[in-house]
Ligand binder design. Structure first.
Ligand code: 3HC
Length: 322
């Protein structure tokens, strides 16, 4: 019996065979992956900005070196992800253009400011913690290049999370002022981190199809719940509190119940009206404009090398060929 290309494609996915760039795929699958992977890459790169804000003000040489390495890791993650998206037939310039024109999204979380040093710890522990919860399952996503890129990304992210926890741990054992800073950072980052997982399942237009294609392995709400369960336990070690009076262990479900998320705030941020959206986009556009001379010089250098190589090869090629 003859089965359609679409059915063959779904069978491969059901059998856990990875889809590779040259395989046949439905246009909607390609489009969804370009959307998700490029948004993910943009998030990594825009995510360097709030942390970069503290590189010159890190409290010690050790903290500065750690933060520099972490921000460089995020740049590397962006590059693997842009490369993975390119295998689907979109160019890097197109992806940048989509970001700069506001057509492509990036994670809502990076539109919040980093006001004090404890924010760097909170980003590591909570933001990278939420990112890992979402990204470990992506190591098994159905598209091969994305899944393979995520393996290394997740290893690095798990180090980021531990360093963030350790940074807050030190503050939580410090002076009254340091403890206050630590609690204040947790208070400000907690709810935006829950929003990172995306809208509730019943308001998420992409989840159902993405689960069937095994792009996603868990729904937004399932991952959000795992994150709450993990952090509600870890925070006890810091002796701090999560800013949610409704947070409570539920014996019946064996999960923590948590309070209502402000979805209006989430959509405002996603639509460009968060506290730092304009600043973040302006910084990325500025970096693009200021990097024009580097791109031109690199292209000219590559062309010059190409000419050199072909003129060196030319006589030999003829001799060998004859
Ligand atoms: N911020 C901005 N937009 C978001 C969002 C968020 N936190 N959550 C969802 N959205 C957008 C979606 O992109 C989608 O918009 P679109 O259709 O116009 O593109 C819309 O809201 C509806 O959401 P869905 O749940 O239907 O969308 P998805 O099925 O794509 O799920 C997702 C959203 C869970 C974020 C998924 O795309 C995903 O897993 N992406 C890969 C991981 C990723 O991008 N993480 C970003 C953080 S990376 C990071 O934190 C860097 C690290 O260094 C810390």
């Amino acid at each position: 019996m003859q089965i359609s290309l679409e059915e063959q494609f779904q069978q491969k996915i059901d059998q856990e065979i990875k889809i590779e760039p040259k395989d046949w795929m439905p246009e909607k699958y390609r489009h969804t992956l370009i959307r998700q992977i490029s948004q993910h890459a943009h998030s990594e790169v825009v995510g360097m900005l709030p942390e970069g804000n503290w590189i010159t003000r890190a409290p010690s040489l050790k903290r500065k070196a750690i933060l520099l390495a972490k921000v460089q890791d995020e740049a590397g993650h962006g590059l693997y992800l842009y490369s993975a998206a390119e295998t689907l037939g979109i160019s890097r310039d197109e992806m940048y253009e989509q970001l700069h024109s506001g057509r492509a999204k990036y994670s809502s979380i990076f539109n919040y400011p980093t006001l004090n040093w404890a924010d760097i710890g909170a980003i590591g522990w909570l933001v990278d913690g939420a990112a890992i919860m979402n990204q470990v399952p992506l190591c098994r996503t159905s598209f091969g290049p994305y899944a393979r890129a995520m393996v290394r990304v997740c290893k690095e992210e798990s180090f980021h999370q531990r360093q963030g926890f350790e940074c807050l741990w030190v503050l939580s054992k410090g002076t009254e002022e340091q403890k206050k800073m630590c609690q204040d950072a947790i208070n400000r980052w907690w709810w935006p981190c829950l929003m990172m997982f995306g809208p509730k399942d019943d308001e998420s237009p992409n989840t159902m199809q993405n689960m069937q294609w095994k792009i996603k392995r868990f729904t937004n709400d399932a991952l959000r719940q795992k994150f709450v369960d993990m952090i509600a336990e870890q925070i006890k070690l810091l002796g701090m509190k999560l800013p949610d009076p409704d947070l409570k262990w539920n014996e019946a479900t064996a999960h923590y119940d948590y309070g209502k998320i402000n979805w209006d705030e989430f959509w405002q941020v996603v639509q460009g009206n968060g506290p730092c959206n304009k600043e973040r986009l302006a910084a990325r556009k500025n970096a693009w404009d200021e990097g024009a001379w580097v791109r031109e010089a690199a292209t000219a250098h590559a062309e010059k090398n190409q000419i050199k190589i072909s003129s060196m090869l030319h006589p030999n090629d003829i001799n060998l060929g004859s």
